[in-house]
Design a protein around this ligand. Sequence first.
Ligand code: HPA
Length: 236
Amino acid sequence: MSLHIDAGPGDIAPTVLMPGDPLRAKWAAETFLDGARQVTTLRGMLGFTGQWNGHPVTIQGSGMGMASLSIYATELIRDHGATRLIRIGSCGAMQPHVAVRDVILAQTASAVSTPSATILRELRFAPCADWGLLRAAADAAKASGTRHHVGGIYSSDTFYDERTDLTDQLVRHGTLAVEMEAAELYTLAARHGVSALAVLTVSDHLQTGEALDGAARERGFGDMVRIALTAAFANI
Ligand code: HPA
């Protein structure tokens, strides 16, 4: 039990998948986990725990944006003993060679700011993925024949971003995609000595304007969940 997660002792598994959308958490738990049960409903930010290939797994919604994710990830780690956190979510592509439906494995996550910036003060911390999880996810993506890219992404504070000059610089510096959570997840994981990774599906393309419809998003989401689960237990 913590301030925003209504789960009791032992309800949360050490491995947690975190989609932004709580209903995606429900769908992923029902689709991929055996014996999934709901462990928290507070504020509608649903969480479920079950088993995948005999391993306990929790799938917990994070909400949208770093401010929201920061609350759930902190409580999962500090109050519920999570040690491996994998964000599963969508992103917008920023490079011509990245296509809608591709999977992005976020090696680093740049940001203008994160909730952690208040304690990091003048330090420009470099949020990066856990190497073991990243390598295992790349192996899993390759083995399943999923088109994927490994590299830097941008965690934005705004979905409706009007800083076109900033987008231009990010594109110029090879940033693969934009989303809104990974930089804070990686920073929190570093601070607390746990492992984190963001596995993302490209849902829209900033340069072409192409976007996935609902059904295609769901199919892409399935590949991403499989990659995340395979990576989580590859080195155990
Ligand atoms: N911007 C920010 N976050 C996103 C986007 C986007 O274009 N697409 C999916 N998540």
